[in-house]
Design a protein around this ligand. Structure first.
Ligand SMILES: [Ca+2]
Ligand SMILES: [Ca+2]
Length: 114
């Protein structure tokens, strides 16, 4: 990648991060700067990930790297990264195949396998 292409890619990444941050802020209904379980549930639903209360709690816990019971923006970005990675994997698997099952909520173990 040339230096100018790298600069352009970094500019695109900056734009994507700004978008991700605006999504994070819109999910943070009580405006405390963190995503709690009930706010995470809305995110999972928007990603077409069906979870019960226990699975939602497990998803929150799996990416809660500082164990404070909520997601900060960097933990939210870990989730976004896993979703994107799963999406890329499904696209490559589906080439020439029928649509597969809905994605399961990400877990730390899954993220470490990739
Ligand atoms: Ca919140
Ligand atoms: Ca946390």
């Amino acid at each position: 990648m040339s230096k100018s292409a790298l600069k352009a890619a970094i500019a695109d990444m900056d734009k994507a991060l700004r978008t991700a941050y605006s999504v994070f802020l819109s999910l943070d209904k009580n405006k405390n700067g963190y995503l709690e379980k009930h706010e995470l549930q809305e995110l999972l639903q928007a990603c077409d990930i069906t979870t019960n209360d226990e699975e939602c709690q497990a998803c929150l816990r799996d990416l809660d790297t500082n164990s404070d019971g909520v997601w900060d923006f960097s933990e939210f970005l870990s989730f976004v990264g896993i979703i994107y990675q799963n999406k890329l994997a499904k696209v490559s698997k589906r080439k020439g195949t029928k649509k597969g099952p809905k994605p399961a909520p990400p877990t730390r173990k899954e993220s470490l396998k990739a």
